[in-house]
Each structure stands twice: as C-alpha cells, then as structure tokens.
Ligand binder design. Structure first.
Ligand SMILES: Nc1nc2c(ncn2[C@@H]2O[C@H](COP(=O)(O)OP(=O)(O)OP(=O)(O)O)[C@@H](O)[C@H]2O)c(=O)[nH]1
Ligand SMILES: [Mg+2]
Length: 264
C-alpha cells in the first residue's frame, strides 16, 4: 500500500533546492536511510539531517547524537521537536545559509512516521497538512504537497516513500497499517526486546508491568485491560501486541538509543 519508490524519490530530489532528511532521534541510525543520503550526494543536492522528536530524549543524549553525526559522519545535524515547535527558527536560518534563492524549494524526506508532516505544520500553520500516527490511517500523506512557509521558502511534504531500512520490527511497523501486520505478536516481541535492551524499566513506566520478558508483558497487559477470551479466560495477546506497537509509534513507551561509544 505504500509507495516505496526510489524513482519517485529521485524525481522529487531533482525538483528541490535543499533536502531535509528527518529521522527519529530516539533511534537515528535505524530511522535514517543511507541510500537516500547517497542519492543526495550523487545528485549534488544540498542536504541537512533533522533529528526530530527531541522532546522524547534527554538533552545530553540529543547533543551526543549531534556530535556523533558531525564528528564521525561529517553531517550537519539539527535537533528539533516538530511537535513542541523547538528548533525550527534555527533550522530556518541554517536553510537560508545554504541558499538565498527565492523561491527556495525545500524537500522534507524520511522514512514513514518520523514527523515530516508535523514539521511542516509547525511552519505552515496548524491546518496545513494533516498528520496521522499510524500508517494507513486518514491524514497519512499520500502524495507530495508544497507549502508556503513564508520568506520565500516552500516546503515539499513527501509521503513515506523512503523505504525503512532499519531492523525487521521497524520495517514492519513503519511500512504497514497496524491492522494488516500479519503477525503482530511476533513483531511486538521483537520490539519489546529492542526496547527493554535500551530501557529495562520501559514497561514498568508505561504500564506498571515490572518485567522484561515479552511473553509476560503481552499476557499481563492483556489481562489488565480485560482482553481475555470468554471461553477459557486466556489473554488475547494479539490486542496487547497491537497496543504496544501503537504506543511505541506514539512515543508513549520511553526508549532511546545512545550513540556508539557513549555510555549511560
Ligand atoms: N513526541 C513527538 N512526536 C512527534 C514529533 N513529530 C511528530 N510526532 C508524532 O509522530 C507521528 C508521525 O508524525 P507525522 O508527521 O504524521 O509523520 P510523517 O513522517 O509525516 O509520516 P508519513 O507521512 O506517514 O510518512 C505522529 O503521531 C506525530 O504526532 C515530535 O517532535 N515529538
Ligand atoms: Mg506525512
């Protein structure tokens, strides 16, 4: 259902003056697209990496990621919170430094669900584009749209046409609506393992379930929500699995990854 289409990405890149790659700062390595970065390089497109959702991660960790990308990858990284409207003024200045052309077409790219439309809303006004938390629901960006954000800058919102490249769970949850994920339990289990590796207390904080075992977490959550089969009172873990996927995408489960070499 998603247009994961590199030809389209390339066509769009050829129409923009500056490309922003939005990633989720909770896990920038998994939510970036090296293939996209390479393509920008090949086409000679001006490029800025945007570390979004910085409201969900401690400040020193955000700073460490900025440093990591600048020092080890030679990339300018700009932390923002599109939702809390933080960092966008600075971003505007950085974009203007790259080019004083008017109009300036700035493409907003990124794998699904990183906050591209939210960023555009922050600039172009609340009702400019609708956002949706989950793939395949209303508001989900379907085609590229252009928005005047003032000062001669036009932002091009693109749908999640960059295929997710990260781990298996990320690819599944970003590329599919939750209700069509074929095996939500297996997917949630992968997700739980990843989350608890980085934050062993994540499920205690989110749901009061003091465990890192995925089976226990899924069963306990279903029981607490009253999701049990009438016949034998067994917990309906497909429902708790879907809730965990949804809450993860919503940022309700506290989790972030540290840059390589940084210890907590
Ligand atoms: N906490 C937090 N959540 C955010 C931020 N930016 C976006 N989100 C949330 O992330 C989810 C996805 O945001 P969208 O703006 O729809 O993402 P998108 O990249 O446009 O998604 P597609 O168009 O489907 O590829 C929504 O639930 C947003 O509310 C942010 O800065 N902080
Ligand atoms: Mg969008």
């Amino acid at each position: 259902m998603l247009l994961a289409n590199w030809r389209l990405v390339k066509e769009l890149l050829e129409t923009v003056d500056v490309a922003l790659e939005v990633v989720d700062v909770r896990d920038p390595i998994t939510t970036r697209s090296k293939r996209f970065e390479k393509l920008c390089n090949e086409l000679g497109t001006k490029y800025v990496l945007i570390l979004n959702k910085s409201d969900l991660v401690p400040r020193d960790v955000v700073r460490a990621w900025v440093k990591y990308f600048e020092e080890f990858e030679g990339m300018k990284a700009v932390p923002i919170s599109a939702q809390k409207r933080l960092g966008t003024l600075k971003l505007r200045k950085i974009i203007r430094k790259l080019s004083d052309k008017k109009p300036l077409i700035v493409g907003v790219f990124g794998v699904p669900k990183v906050g591209k439309s939210t960023l555009i809303n922050t600039w172009a006004g609340r009702h400019a584009t609708r956002t949706s938390p989950y793939p395949g629901t209303p508001g989900y960006t379907k085609k590229a749209q252009l928005f005047n954000v003032g000062g001669g800058i036009y932002l091009l919102d693109t749908p999640g046409i960059i295929p997710a490249e990260g781990d298996e769970a990320e690819v599944i949850i970003r590329m599919n609506p939750i209700d069509v994920i074929r095996n939500p339990v297996a997917t949630a289990m992968m997700l739980i393992k990843k989350i608890t590796t980085h934050n062993p207390k994540a499920f205690k904080e989110a749901y009061g379930i003091d465990s890192i075992d995925s089976d226990t977490i899924l069963r306990e959550l279903a029981i607490r929500r009253g999701w049990v089969y009438k016949s034998d009172k067994e917990p309906v873990i497909t429902e708790s699995a879907k809730l965990i996927i949804r809450d993860y995408l919503d940022g309700k489960i506290r989790f972030y990854v540290l840059p390589p070499g940084k210890s907590p």
